[in-house]
Design a protein around this ligand. Structure first.
Ligand code: PLP
Length: 427
């Protein structure tokens, strides 16, 4: 399937006509369990000597179709779906981490991720050190003997900044650690982090992959290229794993070790499972991913250019603008476009932002992004409100900015709506 172009793979990869019925579309296998052929078959499945379906907390044919499709689009060896983007982050780290261990993460992340990493991590005995990922020396300096991963977003929420993935991957290689990239805002159509040196890619499928605000889901894709046995840092993959009767995952499963570990231990014991109905919606969404992303990007460019010229605006962070410090990275990292999420600093600060949000008719005021509908949120009073003001500003979500997620409507209609709302907000 990897011989085909993206537009073909987004429709066909990971799926074939249903072997039982010939159904052309992927059926929703709404079943919890699967009948074993005989006792020997059951024993072989539980021993990982044969791959097959046991119980839908672990695997399900509809969900497997989605995992295989996303793996193909990202250029990975395997993928695992789970219940949300946040579940994907915990699941992605679970095989690598243990009490007392840490990750080094970018300061420019989704607000919920910063909270998960800085607060909830503590309950597991994990920690995160946040540094500016535009400074590779700072990333390297933050790595210590207990670091097990480096984490960033390709295009980052909320500012739409673009991370220099090859530079970050070079640091990860030098220190012998996996690089995990959250590719939610780019989608594999705009950016393929594995091509730039990432080990693992995580997604909130809630956003562009599904594309219309209908489901909550997550995906982890493994490149299959990291040597888990090169050091003694990843014993759950490189040494006998007591949680799976002593199986040495890397030795037994090679490039699929991480994927099987995430199913056999991660989904088995954490239970952050996607549901087949949700997988179906996401499969439907992915069929039109490239078409939607092209329109998202074209609209974002038009709206950002219009806003940047407007005297009521201080600045616009869209990396697709020639004025952006990250503009040079678009051609290198995501040549099909800089995505459709950015922030806008409104003259008049917090008050004007709140009035703007309340005056829009077409834009919806919601805590979501990557919908066909255009969305707006005032991050400082919502998604980033649990952060300190310094953290908000570091994350690009200061009190004077609103975040726009540009949809696939008509750009002129979106601009007209912003024009009337800005008039009301700055009157
Ligand atoms: C939304 C989002 C998440 C979390 O995903 P959920 O599906 O809401 O759990 C993680 N990272 C980024 C960049 C996001 O936008």
């Amino acid at each position: 399937m990897s011989d085909y172009s993206f537009d073909t793979m987004q429709i066909h990869a990971g799926t074939a006509p249903d072997p039982a019925t010939g159904a052309r579309q992927v059926p929703i296998y709404q079943t919890t369990a699967y009948v074993f052929r005989d006792a020997d078959h059951a024993a072989r499945l539980f021993g990982l000597q044969e791959v097959g379906y046991i119980y839908s907390r672990l695997t399900n044919p509809t969900i497997s179709a989605l995992a295989n499709r996303v793996a193909a689009l990202e250029g990975g060896a395997g993928a695992v779906c789970c219940s949300s983007g946040h579940a994907a982050q915990i699941m992605a780290l679970f095989p690598l981490m243990g009490p007392g261990l840490n990750i080094v993460a970018s300061t420019r992340l989704y607000g919920g991720t910063i909270t998960q990493f800085s607060q909830t991590f503590k309950r597991f005995g994990w920690s995160a050190t946040f540094v500016d990922f535009d400074d590779p020396a700072a990333i390297e300096a933050a790595v210590d003997d207990n670091t097990r991963a480096i984490f960033c977003e390709s295009i980052s929420n909320p500012g739409g900044y673009i991370t220099d993935l090859p530079a970050v991957a070079a640091v990860a290689r030098r220190v012998g650690l996996p690089l995990i990239v959250d590719n939610t805002l780019a989608s594999p159509y705009l950016c393929r982090p594995i091509d730039h040196g990432a080990t693992l890619v995580v997604h909130s499928a809630t956003k562009y992959l599904t594309g219309n605000g209908t489901v909550t889901g997550g995906v982890i894709v493994d490149s299959g290229t990291f040597d888990w046995s090169a050091s003694d840092k990843f014993p759950s993959l490189s040494q006998p794993e007591p949680a799976y009767h002593g199986l040495v995952f890397h030795q037994a499963l090679g490039p699929m070790a991480y994927t099987f570990h995430s199913i056999a231990i991660g989904l088995r014991d954490l239970g952050m499972t996607m549901n087949p109905q949700g997988a179906h919606y996401t499969l439907m969404g992915i069929e039109t991913l490239s078409l939607r992303m092209q329109k998202h990007v074209a609209n974002a460019q038009a709206v950002a250019e219009w806003l940047e010229r407007d005297p009521r605006i201080d600045y616009v962070t869209y990396a697709g603008l020639a004025s952006s410090p990250w503009h040079e990275r678009v051609a290198r990292i995501c040549p099909k476009g800089a995505g459709a999420l950015f922030t806008v600093a409104v003259k008049g600060g917090y008050e004007a932002c709140v009035k703007l949000v309340d005056s829009l008719n077409l834009f919806s005021h919601v805590a979501n992004l990557g919908d066909t509908r255009s969305l707006i949120i005032h991050s400082a009073s919502t998604t980033h409100r649990q952060l300190t003001e310094a953290q908000q500003i570091a994350a690009g979500a200061g009190p004077n900015v609103v975040r726009l997620s540009i949809g696939t409507e008509d750009a002129a209609d979106l601009i007209a709506d912003l024009d009337q709302a800005l008039a009301a907000a700055t009157a």
